[in-house]
Design a protein. Structure first.
Length: 208
């Protein structure tokens, strides 16, 4: 069972900082899971609504790739914010990058074919797990892309036929990263550049 950080309308009681785990932020419609709008890994925080002053969210956040994450209660997190200006600055930049990711994913889901979107999703997830191999079921990927499972099955076969991934028994392996990048739409690069700017800013301004 996948760990759920929070569900629509429920009070958010904890925030998570993924260390090796990867979380999905999923929009819902009529109480049903809709489509993934953001992917959260070691670059970010699960529970951003709390930072922005909200007590809950209309979205669902759950772990898509098992791993470790640091956890803070909401009050403990707020206390940390009150005494750490650097954390404030970092989360401000992360909020901007997350807004870019969500808006770009909306455009991507509306405008691009499933093959390009799948490539974008696989690259984004690989960036966050930090390795070429990770668990993935077709049912889950269909949910993340907002398409039917047969569509994912057909698309995965086409992508695998191009030699950029290997998929077997719920495990996907990226075998040709460069080829997968060429297959993905430009949305991947837009979001990656935005998140890279957070890392680069931290490296260039270690005391900011």
């Amino acid at each position: 069972m996948k760990h759920t950080a929070y569900e629509p309308g429920e009070s958010i009681t904890r925030v998570y900082f993924p260390l090796s785990a990867v979380y999905s932020l999923v929009a819902t419609a009529n109480g049903q899971l809709g489509v993934e709008v953001a992917t959260i890994g070691p670059e970010g925080m699960v529970g951003l609504p709390v930072y922005l002053g909200a007590a809950s969210s209309p979205q669902t956040a759950f772990c898509q790739v098992p791993g470790e994450a640091a956890c803070l209660g909401v009050e403990e997190f707020r206390q940390a914010l009150s005494r750490d200006g650097e954390l404030h600055a970092l989360l401000n930049r992360y909020t901007q990058a997350t807004m870019v990711q969500i808006s770009q994913n909306v455009v991507c889901n509306r405008s691009h074919p499933t093959e390009q979107r799948m490539a974008r999703w696989l690259l984004t997830t690989q960036d966050r797990v930090g390795r070429a191999e990770f668990p993935l079921t077709q049912e889950f990927l269909a949910q993340m892309l907002g398409v039917r499972r047969p569509t994912v099955s057909d698309t995965a076969q086409r992508v695998q036929a191009q030699g950029v991934i290997r998929y077997s028994r719920g495990i996907v392996t990226v075998t040709d990263r460069e080829g997968l990048e060429q297959l993905a739409c430009g949305c991947y690069g837009v979001v990656k550049d935005e998140f890279d700017s957070i890392v680069n800013h931290r490296k260039n301004n270690p005391t900011d």
